[in-house]
Structure formats: structure tokens, C-alpha cells
Design a protein around this ligand. Sequence first.
Ligand SMILES: Nc1ncnc2c1ncn2[C@@H]1O[C@H](COP(=O)(O)OP(=O)(O)OP(=O)(O)O)[C@@H](O)[C@H]1O
Ligand code: SF4
Ligand SMILES: [Mg+2]
Length: 337
Amino acid sequence: MLHVNGAVVGDGAASTAESSTPLLDVQDLKVSFPGPQGAAQIVRGLSYSIARGKTLGIVGESGCGKTMTSLALLGLVAGGGKVDGTIDFNGRDLAKFTQREWQQVRGREIAMIFQEPMTAMNPVMPVGRQIAEVLVKHEKLRKGAAHGRAVDLLAQVGIPSPARRAEDYPHQLSGGMRQRAMIAMALACRPQLLIADEPTTALDVTIQAQILDLMLTLQDDAQMSIQFISHNLAVISEIADSIMVMYAGTAVEYTPADELFANPLHPYTQGLIQTLPDPDKRVERLYVIPGRVTSDIAAGCRFARRCPFADDGCRQLEPELLEVAPGHKVACHKVKP
Ligand SMILES: Nc1ncnc2c1ncn2[C@@H]1O[C@H](COP(=O)(O)OP(=O)(O)OP(=O)(O)O)[C@@H](O)[C@H]1O
Ligand code: SF4
Ligand SMILES: [Mg+2]
């Protein structure tokens, strides 16, 4: 048995995060940008996988590299950013794809939804027509058939009077309905992987729960895999089968979701869990992890300045992500296999 801050790992640890051949297998993913003081490493060697029909939740504070990781999966890293590593998707390494090959995958096999649907939608085109255009482009449907299917998709995501709503412009829909319309657009080509980047953050709690329910239902119907990104661990806990906790461009804990909540081992994860509202109490706890993410540390554990357990060893050598129990990986010198 191992103990860190009262948490225990050992007997009965959950099974491995994914057991079958994964749909997506990312190995040592790195994203860097050239800068005046050398390359800035934004994503620093991430390895993870997602099985078919399962959801990986990625959680971490603003700026830790969640969106950059997703953009790398879609070949959309801009601004001179360099991507290294392998991105095995269905047996093909996306990291080696040309822009032409990406165009075949993007929106068709891998789709993405964002926090703010307005950024992904055309404000001057009715939503039904936008969905139909995706179907004409990728599925080679004729206009009439594409429009019919767009209305079906709007119905599938729970939009009432879908034929009428298909004629609405994005600004005529409420935030929740707009998010549903964006999900319909993302699902138009039945992607095998859906990347959802903070899709419910802008919505109120009730609508947020409805959207999460909708995603789970659609996932079941289509056996779709989901990479779900949020800074909010409570939201992630509603949907994820496994969870990767990111800090400063790297994974500090990666494990099946149940195991993360039963045995959080990294001090940063323990802090995140302490910030969750307590279901037994009506008031939210006020605990906030002190300090901010710092990227100016050249050596040692990136969390050291905020960690109550940091010692000189932590400040000298960055810990590796190691499997400390079956399926449970942690990067902390104080948690040993
Ligand atoms: N073109 C760029 N050149 C250099 N650094 C960049 C560039 N684009 C983004 N970054 C940096 O990459 C880091 C990671 O950004 P990213 O958007 O992936 O974070 P995030 O985890 O998604 O945060 P949030 O929760 O706020 O969405 C940030 O510190 C950002 O400043
Ligand atoms: S390696 Fe050290 S500083 Fe980093 S999280 Fe573990 S105890 Fe804290
Ligand atoms: Mg982001």
C-alpha cells in the first residue's frame, strides 16, 4: 500500500483504462512554438489512448495545453507550431499526414465542438443549410437529401420543431439550442472520434446537464469515442470513463475515472478534488489551489512551487508518469510503484 496525503492505492485498484485495441493511441505528443528565448514547449510529451465508444476526460487549469493537444489531433496547430510524436488513429499516424489528407479526416472521422458555437458557425446562413453543406461536401449527398437529413439531425439532438428551426440563423437560437445545433453539425458525418472542448462551460447548470446527457446517448447509439476537455472536474466526472489530469503541458495523473475519485494520488489532483462542491453540504467549498501555473521552471517538478510536499529532490528532477497500480499512472516522486 502507498500513502500520499491520506490517499491509499493498492488492492482492488481499477482495471486498466482501456482494454481493447484503442481507436486513438497518442505517444509522446509534443507541441512547441519558436520564440526569442528558444522554443516554448506547450505540450511536453503526452501519451494516452481512447477505446472505441469510450470517453477520455482531460482536465487542467487554463493554459495547461488542453486545446493545443486537440488542435494537434486535427492538424490545426497554427502560428509556426511544431508537432512531434505519433497520433495513431485507426492504424494511421495522423502526425505524418499532409494537409490534403487532414481534410479527409477532419469533420468526417474526427469532429470537434467548442465552448462557443458562434465561432464555428456561419452567422449569415440558416443552421439547417450549414449542416446540409457538411453533408453535401463530405457525404456527397444531393441538396434535397442533405436538407432532409439536417432536419433529422436537429430532431435527434432534441431541437423542437426541427424543420422550422432549420431555417433559423444561429443568433436566433438560445445558447443551449445553438450548442445542440453544433453537435448536430459535428455528428453529421458520423465521426468515430468527437473532440469536445469545454462544450458546456458557457451554459447554465440545467442546460449543461442536458447537453452531457445528450452526448452520452448519442455516443451509445453510434459507438463514438469522445475526448472531452474541461477545467471543471465535476463536469468531467459526469461523462468520462478515464481521466487525464494535465499540468503545465504534461500528464500528472491518468487513470480510470472511478479510481481517480477513489484514490487521487497526485497532490494537484487532490487539490482539484478538494475544490469540488461537497455533495453532502449545500455550500461550495472555498478551497482553491494556491498559486498559478508557471512555465518558467527549467528543471524539476512543475508543480513544486504550489505543492505542500515539495522538497529539494522535487525541485531538481521532473518526475516521470509511472504506473503505480494497474491502470493508474502518476508523476510524483512521493508516489512509488
Ligand atoms: N501561437 C502560440 N505561440 C506560443 N504560445 C502559444 C500559442 N498559442 C497558444 N500558446 C500558449 O499555449 C498554452 C496552452 O494553451 P491552450 O489553449 O492549449 O490551453 P488550455 O489548457 O486549452 O487553456 P484554457 O482552459 O484557457 O482553454 C498557453 O499558455 C498559450 O499561451
Ligand atoms: S514531485 Fe514533489 S513537488 Fe511534484 S507533486 Fe510530487 S511531491 Fe509535489
Ligand atoms: Mg482551451
